[in-house]
Ligand binder design. Structure first.
Ligand SMILES: *Cc1c(COP(=O)(O)O)cnc(C)c1O
Length: 496
């Protein structure tokens, strides 16, 4: 075969493209990537992926290695998460798929598959801090989502959820911990009350699931808690596997079977899918399976202890910075940081200016917008940091960067929503805020992005994100969602 391009040239080009990516290793990106800092673990994962590269994970009866690996991963997870033999599970392609399937299962159980079918719209109940994947699940699967306000520090009051229990609630979700603030939700109280009402209770431990079992002083949150019916836990986070692997565990075989889709009503092969995809890679599963065996619980515990030490160190640094504060009482290796409103304005450090400035010092932190809750209270703008084992190797540099960045922006007021809006050309502002404006066409949305200076996002996002985040806070969410959709869609489109 004569190839169009030589493999070496193709790979050279890929190497070039990868150079423009944010660094996946080395601890300079404090979100998205979960670096164990162990090169041999990455090598093992790569070899495992290669070994199953041509396998189709669709059919574990034809490719029996898939069934064996999945069984062993689920067995390991079940023991780690306090499950007895009544707990069964599935390996999924990631946290979002685990969450989607938890909701889909609960919806179908609520409807009473096959028996006394319930009608009407089921409700998905959760604190507003629940991961966006649950909004997506409600949207995909036709549930009403009921997001309950939390305290200013992202803390959920159990009673606020319990007060909203009713017969239409198909699932209540709590997080261990939440992604945005690392807040531990009141799992014991909510799950117990849910069990009494016959409501399913999902614990979203996507980020905590593989690290909290080794964390000190954590309130009970796993299957040992009465009333917990399912748990999601991502292997591609603190299981250190490459992206594409998570687990969803469910209590009770009968409820778990509602997760499946099966049909023999077409002229092709019988379809039996526990997850959303049909044909799928076995690579991430093989990588996770290999990593679990290499680390075992003792290895996972050691890495978690490294995360705990580094988290303590990073928290100490931030707590020592005048004008910043850690939000709430975070549990696990992640924190949200906000401006300290208790000090005078000239000593305050705006969390978003701080993150933008830290980027100039070589560290990528994650900006989180402020959020107006349904009760009128506002959760403050924050900056998110996820700590991983590799953080230890850059602690000194990171600490200096966090302190210097704060010194450089201290006293600089937050970009206000009004100023962000006023900075837009007048016609943009008018177009954006026109009430009852019809949905924007792709052309119109693209025009607005261009006037906002955001049309050229193919070179990555702007250097300073604070103004963009202020705009997100200032505009109606349907509008920002539309504009961001346009921005991302255009990244992969050939220009017209
Ligand atoms: C990461 C995360 C998810 C979603 O997981 P993806 O793997 O990004 O799809 C859900 N819930 C929590 C708490 C998370 O941290």
């Amino acid at each position: 075969m004569n190839f169009d391009h030589a493999p070496a040239d193709i790979l050279d080009r890929l190497t070039q493209l990868r150079l423009a990516d944010a660094p996946t290793h080395g601890g300079r990106v404090l979100s998205y990537v979960y670096d164990s800092g162990l090169a041999e673990l990455d090598e093992l994962a790569a070899s495992a992926i290669r070994a199953v590269q041509p396998v189709n994970g669709l059919d574990p009866t034809t490719f029996t290695s898939v069934a064996v690996m999945e069984r062993e991963v689920i067995e390991f997870a079940r023991e780690l998460l306090g499950g007895d033999t009544d707990v069964v599970g599935t390996v999924t392609t990631g946290g979002t798929e685990s969450c989607l399937l938890a909701v889909k299962t609960a919806r179908d159980v609520w409807r009473g598959v096959g028996s006394s079918a319930r009608t009407g719209t089921p409700r998905l109940l959760a604190p507003v801090t629940v991961h966006a994947a649950f909004q997506k699940a409600a949207h995909y699967f036709g549930l009403e989502i009921d997001l309950v306000p939390v305290g200013p520090d992202g803390v959920t009051a159990a009673q606020d959820l319990i007060d909203r229990f009713d017969d239409d609630v198909a699932l209540v979700v709590v997080s261990a911990p939440s992604y945005a603030h690392a807040a531990m939700d009141p799992v014991v109280e909510v799950a117990a009350a849910a069990a009494q009402r016959g409501i399913a209770c999902h614990v979203d431990a996507c980020i905590g699931g593989w690290v909290l079992p080794f964390w000190e002083g954590v309130e009970p949150w796993n299957f040992a808690v009465t009333g917990v019916t399912s748990i999601s836990a991502d292997l591609h986070k603190f299981g250190y596997a490459p992206k594409g692997v998570s687990v969803l565990l469910q209590r009770g075989r009968d409820r778990q079977r509602a997760q499946y889709f099966a049909t023999t009503r077409w002229p092709g092969y019988p379809v039996v899918n526990p997850t959303i995809l049909g044909s799928k890679s076995a690579g991430p599963l093989a990588a996770a399976w290999a990593i679990i065996q290499a680390l075992g619980t003792s290895g996972l515990a050691e890495l978690a202890q490294s995360c705990a030490r580094s988290t303590r160190a990073v928290r100490d640094v931030i707590e020592g910075i005048d004008g910043l504060r850690i939000v709430g009482n975070p549990v696990g290796p992640l924190v949200a940081v906000a401006a300290d409103e208790t000090v005078p304005a000239d000593r305050r450090v705006d969390a978003h200016h701080w993150a933008d400035q830290a980027r100039l010092h070589g560290f990528l932190l994650q900006l989180q917008p402020s959020l107006a809750q349904s009760d009128g209270t506002v959760l403050p703008a924050t900056t998110h940091l996820t700590i991983t084992p590799v953080t230890q190797s850059v602690l000194g540099e990171l600490s200096t960067a966090l302190r210097s960045a704060a010194d450089e922006v201290r006293g600089l007021p937050a970009v206000s929503a009004e100023v962000a809006l006023a900075a837009l050309p007048a016609e943009v502002g008018a177009a954006l805020l026109a009430p009852d404006a019809p949905p924007l066409t792709s052309e119109q949305a693209g025009g607005l992005l261009a006037m906002m200076g955001l049309a050229e996002a193919s070179d990555g996002l702007p250097d300073r994100m604070a103004p963009l985040l202020a705009l997100i806070g200032a505009l109606p969410s349907t509008l920002t969602e539309r504009l961001l959709t346009e921005l991302i869609a255009r990244l992969v489109e050939t220009p017209r």
